[in-house]
Design a protein around this ligand. Structure first.
Ligand code: AMP
Length: 217
């Protein structure tokens, strides 16, 4: 099973993709995570990505298409399928993905849209943080750690916050979403693959709705 998870920044794509990954043996392919590891490695691509991400803009399509292509091929060899998280983000990326998959006899079964209010997103994003060791996601108000300063999952005391999770960059990222990414939703609707889920519900409820729309509940 191959899935795409769509929605604005802060909609909960990464959280839900991680759950699907564990439950169905899929691989989460997050282009944002791939770029963040390039930034951490100090590569030339990472330097370019840092500038673009800090400004809340999108990376060039050709670079993103090349990066994701390599990872899809790897996921096909090693897992039951993939969940694209953060890709495609433009019409050109959606079309390139269709062609790439068709050439390999692959397809995406469901494009899941997490629908949320813009107002709620700024609040959600500005409070989020992640365990530096295991990657578990938390939120200052909506999902704090059970014991302050200690990861519930692995016990680590180190946490990280994304550099682009500040109100100014969030607004730019939301603008990029509405102008460049939301126009791809009709592409999946026409193909009969768009499944809309209420991203304002609790994490468990969103997960339940996703399982229902992909026919796995
Ligand atoms: P994310 O973690 O998905 O919110 O992505 C963080 C940032 O990485 C975005 O704001 C973009 O600057 C960049 N990025 C991630 N995926 C893509 C993509 N498919 N196309 C262009 N830029 C991307």
């Amino acid at each position: 099973m191959n899935l795409i998870i769509l929605g604005p920044p802060g909609a909960g794509k990464g959280t839900q993709a991680k759950r699907l990954e564990q439950k169905y043996g899929l691989v989460q392919l997050s282009t944002g995570d791939m770029l963040r590891s390039e930034v951490a490695s100090g590569s030339e691509l990472g330097r370019q990505a840092k500038e673009v991400m800090d400004a809340g803009r999108l990376m060039p399509d050709d670079i993103m298409i090349r990066i994701i292509g390599e990872r899809i091929e790897q996921a096909q060899r090693e897992a039951n399928g993939f969940i694209l998280d953060g890709f495609p983000r433009t019409t050109a990326q959606a079309e390139a993905l269709d062609a790439f998959l068709a050439e390999r006899g692959l397809e995406v079964e469901h494009a899941i849209e997490l629908r949320v209010d813009d107002e709620a997103l700024v609040d959600r994003i500005s409070g989020r943080f992640t365990c530096a060791k295991c990657g578990e996601g938390y939120h200052d108000r909506h999902k704090p750690t059970a014991k302050e300063g200690v990861c519930d999952v692995c016990g680590s005391t180190e946490f990280v916050r994304r550099a682009d999770d500040n109100p100014d960059t969030v607004r730019a990222r939301l603008k990029a979403y509405h102008e460049q990414t939301a126009p791809i939703l009709p592409h999946y609707e026409k193909a009969g693959k768009l499944r809309v889920v209420d991203g304002m519900a609790s994490i468990d409820e969103v997960a339940r709705q996703i399982e229902s729309v992909i026919g796995r509940s």
